[in-house]
Write a protein that binds this ligand. Sequence first.
Ligand SMILES: [Zn+2]
Length: 175
Amino acid sequence: MTVTDVSGRVRIDLPCSGDHDRFAVVYAEGAPRVPAVVPCPECAAELPLHLERLTESGGLTGCLACGHPELSTRKDFPRALGIGIVVLAAVLVPFLPKWYPSLIAAAILDLLLHRFAPEVVVCYVCEAEHRGFPTSPRHPRFDRTIEERLRYGDRAVMGSPMRPGGTADAPEPEH
Ligand SMILES: [Zn+2]
C-alpha cells in the first residue's frame, strides 16, 4: 500500500479519560491494525482501546474507546457547510430570475453532499468517533431515547431499554 492510498484507513477520535474537551486522534491502516493502547497527546495518559469490540472483519460491535455497545451513525458532514449553502442561496435570490435558480441549485448540492458524504460512527457514552470502519454490523442513526436512558437512567421519561447486543444491526429509530 502506498502512502497516498488511504482506502481502508480508519480513524478514531477518542476522549482523554474523563475530559470530553480533549480528543486523541488515532489513524490505522485498516481496522486490524488499530493499536491496543494510545497515548494521549496532551497529558501522556495511556488510553487502552477495546479491541474486543471489533468483529473479525473489522466491524464495530461497540465503542473502541470505552467499550459501550451503543453507537449511532451519522453523515460526516459539517453542519455549517450545509447551512452556509442555504444562506448563500437565499442571499442571491433578489439578483436572479423569478424561478429561484439559486435555491434549486442549493437544494441539489445539499442532496448530493449528503448522498456522498462519508459516515462517522459515534459513541453515545463517551462521544468517541469512528471513521472508515466496515459498515457491518450497522449502527442506526441517532436515537434520542437511548441518549435519554443513558443520561437519566431510571428517571428517563422516554428512555428505551437496551436491546441485547446494543445497537449493532438494530432497526432505524422510528422518530
Ligand atoms: Zn465510548
